[in-house]
Design a protein around this ligand. Structure first.
Ligand SMILES: [Zn+2]
Length: 1124
């Protein structure tokens, strides 16, 4: 192989970093199998079916564990994940039309594993419990650093550190029979599961059922919403359900002409979405309970600039009258009667929900239209099927939508057009996304010492869009047009069409996604990295010990350590492990394989953290297995009688960081933490929770960290490649907004288990932990998105750190993390050349191999706005808008954020109405076909816990959800904001399919049925009061509705078809989500039902969120105001 003539001018992401020890990597071509966690779960079947682990307070001495851990890796039948490049065969990809019948070779698919079903009996509803006050802290008498040997549990003398050795506690033998989630991950989601949808191809008219006696416009292309035909402005002034956004004078109350069959009443009851404070308990009808936001009751809000010239119009020509929704009462406090004369409120009238765009219908239509054919990525600017559609992808030159989804696949040519439309141009990128087994993993390309071929000027990587010229001796960059010499070793002749003859042999010429093996130039300090390390850091303060958490974690780790991420075909993981426990002081453990017993080193001077031992702290699991097992057995005993309630937090991260620095490697800290760190130490926090700040200008402070200390710490962590995953077990406020800073900025994850109880929460926690430890992850990652001339990446959303304006740095990046990137014009685009994106992710694999993963995507460009609107993806748009809004709450009042969201969407829809819809349909609400769900989904974002919290939502919940959403992909935001609601009693027990989903509204529920609702974090099983006794018996094993326990955290395992079917559905859903969802049983009319109703997002919410119908009316009015 000849030397690349285009010498690198330096590391592409050069940043001065602490030295890396030289680590020579075996050059093998392959990559780990995506979905490693899942495939590895298969081998995890131990003898014990469940993790029921009662922890008796006293007990006999535990026998030394010798076989607690499952057999080592060899038994895991881990499939070889390595794809040699030679497997990329001719004929797999053909010119133009895909060769769909010739699947590319791939390693044996990961073994299927059946999700078990956890059925741990539950004694208390965990979410509503308060722990009793722990005993007072006792003084630690530890030395600055005390080294000692931990004996067996028979040690009787108190340790120098002042740690009480309690009486030994027996631990029932636990070996890991996991209930693996994930088997259902790509279970075909049958498009035939429901009633046949009225098939509506994308872009074709959607026929809405007209109301009786109502004229439906003949405009067919976009979606029209019948009932939205206000009378002409000249006659249509009148009361309006939503306040105007400016201080326009109130028009006279003069209702428009009624439609046949329509009661001419007051405005529909709506408005709650604009209530920015919890409604006062005794709201008077006709009074606006919230702070002034309408022009009628106060000055216009700053975010709504006056829009003179419009005339307020009645939006009240609704079709059919509907009664108030059940259980919310007609006189919802947030329902003012604008413009109505004093007096009793008029009867509310409602638009028929069946006549407005249905998310369920859109999802079903897409499934039936697009679920059967593979999505072939050959053509530019193709809109992929929806995330809710199960489809296969064939990479023929553009990245799979599993890696990149865009808000629009047709970009306006000019910035003026883009501004006019207000449609954000954004890509949601999941660089290490897991693929279903049927799809081909990115090939690893090894160009040897010369490294990947790149453009001389912009450094874009070789990709299918580079144009070879001069007989193949040079290539013109598709991003910056610069011409670069082809390195001699890379030269190849062109065929008569100008295509290189080795086109199909090279992934980087013919595929949208692939990997390059990085050379030493791409490594910190020009040294190949060492394999990463995992450090487990366990809070052993009173609460953690008392709840059984410490024992649970230690037991789990004994087996979980055998399932650390491995490079595809490696016998064992290259990852080293280390252990720390802490309360007010830190305890490091020497688990060197040559020791008979682990040794503890206590560091009590937490002000200046250092690692008291180097040799023996980070070890290979197999080599040190005996010592590690001994340690994990002893930790729960050592701290069993602790009285220490205070904890530190920042020093814990500092300790892990210092350990990784000393070992000269990247890695991940798994921190298990229970309380607000109030002990005297750097990063000490105070309780500053204050719900009175909600709906004030200071609300944003609740989302901001209370000290900048953690931002600086995060920066240091990113520089070292130290990623932090945080598992929180709070019994009270612990300031997620501050504790989450380091996990968030290092690309880590946060998990929160409020009021953790062993019985109810251990399954969920253990499943999360197993998946988190095992999942595919890259370290020391840097991502850059290059674009063709005319647009550029301007803004980024996600869990990462940025030290400049272009490079997204992540100490760790796992297969679930998503980065949303916004683009802006900096020049004109052309319809001919379109627009290109190239996402390059430089990262270190779990075995320490430095790689580049490249994703390319080509988009169309348009001079007609209609083309933009025809090629949008609303789910992706919502992903962007939610992240944008959730970042906005850090700096702006929440109300300002909500108003801006509404305003932007109104402008998007108004621009369409003005420029793309038929002028003959004035007054109709006309939505672009691809955006007809924008109002319903936007409303879900607006009334989400971050932007409009209910009284039961804590400050920590909001900070937690804010951070979660920021890393979500499009499928996750979709189900999070519009949960999936399945009628379980309609399920066909003889088929694999799911019952057809229904819309999220209480009026869709029948009291004779059982439903399941999932949103990615929770699964509710709602049982109607009139459900047949036989069904209750089959599902819950009790004879009547009254006997169903709503404290179950899992469905009982019963041997009948209905029970099996429901449990298989639950398991399948658990497998589809990146977190194990909490299962909550809700009985109709039970108090827990209020929690459940919060997720019926088409209804009004108790926190003041508008119903879908009301919000649609409001949007219509906003649009009309913008147009007039
Ligand atoms: Zn270039």
């Amino acid at each position: 192989m000849s030397v690349n003539q285009q010498a690198h001018t330096g590391p592409p992401y050069g940043q001065p970093q602490p030295g890396y020890q030289g680590y020579q990597q075996p050059a093998y071509g392959g990559q780990s199998l995506p979905g490693v966690p899942r495939s590895q779960y298969g081998a995890y079947n131990g003898p014990m079916p469940e993790y029921q682990q009662p922890v008796p307070p006293q007990g006999s001495l535990r026998a030394p564990p010798t076989s607690g851990a499952p057999p080592p890796a060899s038994g895991a039948s881990h499939p070889s994940g390595h794809l040699a490049y030679s497997q990329f065969e001719h004929g797999d990809v053909q010119n133009g039309i895909p060769a769909s019948a010739a699947p590319m070779q791939r390693p044996p698919a990961s073994q299927p594993f059946l999700p078990g079903s956890g059925s741990t009996p539950v004694s208390q509803p965990s979410a509503f419990q308060q722990y009793g006050p722990p005993p007072a802290s006792v003084q630690q008498l530890s030395n600055h650093m005390a080294g000692m040997t931990i004996g067996t549990a028979t040690a009787s003398a108190p340790p120098p550190a002042g740690l009480g050795y309690g009486p030994p506690t027996s631990v029932p033998p636990v070996s890991g029979s996991f209930s693996p989630p994930g088997s259902g991950l790509y279970t075909p989601y049958s498009a035939t599961q429901g009633p046949p949808p009225t098939s509506v191809p994308q872009g074709l008219p959607v026929a809405q059922p007209p109301f009786p006696g109502q004229t439906v416009s003949t405009q067919r292309l976009p979606t029209q919403v019948p009932g939205f035909a206000p009378p002409p402005p000249s006659t249509g002034v009148g009361p309006s359900s939503y306040p105007p956004t400016t201080g326009a004078p109130r028009p006279p109350a003069m209702p428009g002409p009624p439609l046949p069959g329509q009661t001419l009443a007051g405005p529909p009851s709506s408005q709650p979405n604009h209530v920015t404070s919890p409604p006062p308990p005794a709201a008077l009808a006709g009074l606006h309970p919230g702070p002034p936001m309408s022009g009628l009751h106060g000055p216009p809000p700053p975010t709504h600039p006056p829009q003179p010239g419009y005339q307020m119009q009645q939006n009240g020509s609704f079709g059919q009258v509907r009664g108030p929704q059940p259980n919310y009462g007609g006189a919802y406090p947030g329902t003012p009667n604008y413009g109505s004369p004093p007096g009793p409120p008029p009867p509310p009238k409602r638009l028929d929900p069946d006549s407005i765009p249905s998310p369920i219908q859109v999802i079903e239509d897409d499934r039936s239209n697009r679920g059967s054919e593979p999505f072939v990525t050959g053509a530019r600017g193709q809109v992929p099927p929806l995330v809710t559609t199960n489809f296969l992808v064939k990479d023929q030159g553009n990245a799979s939508p599993r890696y990149i989804r865009c808000t629009s696949y047709n970009i306006p040519c000019t910035s003026d057009m883009a501004k006019q439309s207000q449609v954000p141009l954004a890509a949601v990128i999941k660089p290490l996304a897991t693929l279903p087994p049927e799809e081909t993993l990115p090939y690893l390309v090894d160009h040897g010492e010369s490294g990947p071929v790149r453009c001389n000027r912009c450094k874009a990587y070789m990709c299918p869009f580079m144009q070879f010229i001069e007989g193949g001796r040079r290539f013109q960059c598709c991003f910056c047009s610069c011409v670069t010499e082809v390195p001699p070793h890379y030269f190849q002749h062109l065929d008569h069409t100008g295509k290189r003859v080795d086109f199909y042999d090279r992934p980087e010429l013919s595929l949208g996604s692939y990997e390059f093996l990085a050379t030493v130039d791409y490594c910190k300090n020009n040294k190949f990295p060492s394999p990463p390390a995992f450090i487990f850091m366990i809070d052993v303060s009173y609460n953690a010990v008392k709840s059984g958490l410490v024992r649970l974690i230690c037991e789990e780790l004994k087996s979980l350590l055998d399932y650390l991420p491995r490079e595809g075909n490696m016998e064992e993981s290259a990852i080293r492990v280390g252990f720390v426990t802490y309360n007010k002081v830190l305890h490091f453990y020497n688990v060197k394989s040559s020791l008979a017993q682990p040794q503890m080193m206590v560091v009590s001077d937490v002000a200046d953290m250092f690692v008291p031992l180097l040799d023996g702290f980070l070890v290979n699991v197999n080599e040190s297995r005996t010592v590690i097992t001994s340690l994990l057995d002893q930790i729960p005993e050592m701290f069993a009688d602790t009285r220490e309630t205070e904890t530190v937090f920042a020093p814990v991260i500092q300790a892990g960081l210092e350990a990784l620095k000393a070992a000269e490697c990247a890695g991940k800290l798994f921190i298990f933490h229970t309380s607000l760190p109030i002990a005297e130490a750097p990063g000490k926090l105070k309780n500053r929770d204050d719900r009175k700040l909600i709906n004030t200008d200071k609300e944003k402070t609740l989302f901001q960290p209370q000290t900048s200390f953690y931002n600086n710490l995060a920066k240091d962590c990113v520089a070292q490649g130290c990623c932090v995953d945080l598992f929180l077990f709070p019994n009270q406020y612990l300031d997620v907004a501050t504790l989450g800073v380091v996990p968030y900025q290092t690309g880590g994850s946060i998990y929160k288990y409020a009021y953790f109880q062993l019985e109810t929460d251990q399954d969920r926690f253990l499943n999360d932990l197993r998946r988190d430890v095992q999942k595919e992850v890259g370290f020391d990652a840097v991502m850059r998105v290059r674009t063709s001339t005319g647009i550029r990446a301007t803004d980024f959303f996600g869990a990462f750190y940025m030290s400049n304006t272009t490079d997204v740095e992540m100490a760790g990046l796992d297969c679930d993390k998503t980065i949303t990137v916004e683009f802006k014009h900096d020049d004109k685009l052309s319809e001919d050349s379109g627009a290109l994106l190239q996402c390059a992710l430089l990262y270190t694999s779990c075995a320490g191999q430095r790689r580049l993963r490249i994703h390319n995507l080509s988009l169309n460009c348009c001079t007609q706005l209609a083309d933009l609107y025809r090629n949008c993806e609303t789910d992706t748009l919502i992903n962007y808008l939610a992240k944008y809004a959730y970042r906005g709450v850090l700096s702006s009042p929440v109300k300002t954020v909500r108003d801006a969201l509404i305003n932007q969407c109104a402008q998007i829809l108004a621009c369409y109405r003005k420029n793309c819809a038929s002028p003959s349909s004035a007054g109709q609400l006309i939505l672009p076909e691809c955006m007809k769900l924008l109002p319903v989904y936007l409303n879900c974002v607006l009334k989400s816990d971050v932007l409009q919290p209910g009284p039961e939502v804590t400050t920590d919940d909001r900070a937690y959800i804010r951070q979660l959403v920021t890393s979500m992909d499009v499928a996750e935001t979709n189900v999070f904001f519009y949960p999936r609601l399945l009628p379980l009693t309609k399920a066909d027990v003889d088929s694999d399919s799911l019952p057809a989903a229904i819309r999220n509204s209480e009026e869709r529920l029948s009291k004779g049925d059982i439903y399941l609702l999932e949103n990615g974090l929770n699964i509710f099983v709602w049982v109607g009061v009139s459900v047949q006794q036989g069904l209750i018996q089959n599902l819950f094993g009790v004879s009547s509705f009254g006997q169903i326990s709503n404290t179950l955290s899992a469905l009982p395992v019963l041997e009948n078809p209905f029970s099996k079917k429901v449990r298989s559905i639950v398991d399948m859903l658990q497998g589809q989500r990146s977190r194990y969802m909490k299962l909550i049983i809700v009985k109709q009319e039970d108090k827990l039902e209020m929690l459940f109703k919060h997720f019926l997002v088409e209804d009004k919410s108790l926190s003041g969120g508008a119903s879908y119908v009301d919000f649609l009316c409001h949007m219509h009015k906003e649009i009309r105001q913008l147009l007039s």
